[in-house]
Design a protein. Structure first.
Length: 292
């Protein structure tokens, strides 16, 4: 067999081995949107829901007359329902998003349950309510989130919620508000709940024997999840800055954030695969040298 064919065969085998080590990326847990919200918004992917206040009506619902001045929007809140046991042991995270032609993808991270870090607060806060398993995710900034030019007919402006946690049973989105500078409500839809206080780290539930029933791997998983949460936000922001259409900006960005929020083993697998390719090529070089 010719030397070129030997090298080609070994290189191909090494590449196949490296590809086999790269797992498929997992999207976040499905956002189950209530019927009344689904009628006024869009859900192009399971882990992203957005309500458009300007944009192309041919691509879905647009609430053009709902907010008279988009330049007055300073924040938003979403009321969600979760399995409280999952919330306190697995935790969750994602972002509230303000997506527009002028500003691109502007996401404000949120964290809930065991993902909450009191010493590292998020821009978007997770508030408790009077109802168990129901929370309010709220962002309120000190500057408008949309430019006044987003009110032009050719532009788009959307407020959405993104979820990066893949292990929760589900997240029900039941209400939303768009907020002005003082937290005043500019737009409201769905079944919103009154917030109480910022959610603190949950106390581990006790088992019937009185022992701590929190899984031994919870801390490790929590830390890894939070790192993935931050890396996904960075990937999301950089990817969607250049979007030029509302639908493309929504779909592409979510895919990126979900992929980035999955395990970093994909990168590790690729590195290991390249290492295998290097070993294989080195072996081929030795064979060639001996045959000389």
């Amino acid at each position: 067999m010719k030397i070129s064919k030997i090298l080609a065969g070994m290189s191909a085998a090494a590449i196949v081995a490296s590809m086999a080590m790269i797992p498929a990326s997992a999207a976040g847990t499905k956002l189950n949107v209530s019927d009344d919200l689904a009628k006024i918004g869009r859900q192009t992917q399971d882990d992203l829901f957005a309500v458009f206040f300007n944009g192309d009506e041919s691509e879905g619902a647009v609430n053009k007359d709902a907010i008279s001045d988009l330049g007055a929007v300073y924040g938003a809140s979403f009321t969600i329902k979760v399995d409280n046991n999952d919330w306190n042991t697995i935790g969750g995270g994602g972002s509230i998003n303000f997506n527009s032609k002028s500003g691109g993808w502007n996401d404000k991270q949120w964290a809930g349950g065991s993902w909450v870090e009191d010493d590292k607060p998020k821009d978007t806060l997770c508030y408790t309510t009077e109802e168990e398993g129901t929370y309010v995710l709220e962002y309120l900034g000190d500057a408008p989130v949309f430019a006044t030019t987003d009110g032009d007919a050719d532009n788009y402006a959307a407020v959405g919620i993104n979820n990066w946690a893949a292990d929760l049973k589900g997240i029900d989105v039941v209400g939303m508000k768009v907020l002005g500078a003082d937290g005043n409500v500019l737009f409201e839809a769905g079944s919103n709940k009154d917030k109480k206080e910022v959610q603190k780290k949950p106390v581990a539930e006790e088992s019937s024997s009185g022992a701590d029933s929190t899984p031994s791997g919870t801390d490790s998983k929590k830390d890894d999840s939070k790192k993935d949460d931050k890396s996904s936000a960075a990937a999301t922001s950089s990817t969607a800055a250049g979007t030029t259409s509302s639908k493309a900006g929504t779909t592409t960005t979510t895919a990126t954030s979900s992929a980035a929020a999955s395990d970093n083993t994909a990168a590790t697998g690729a590195t290991a695969g390249l290492a295998l390719a290097g070993v294989a090529l080195a072996g081929a070089a030795i064979v060639i040298s001996k045959r000389k």
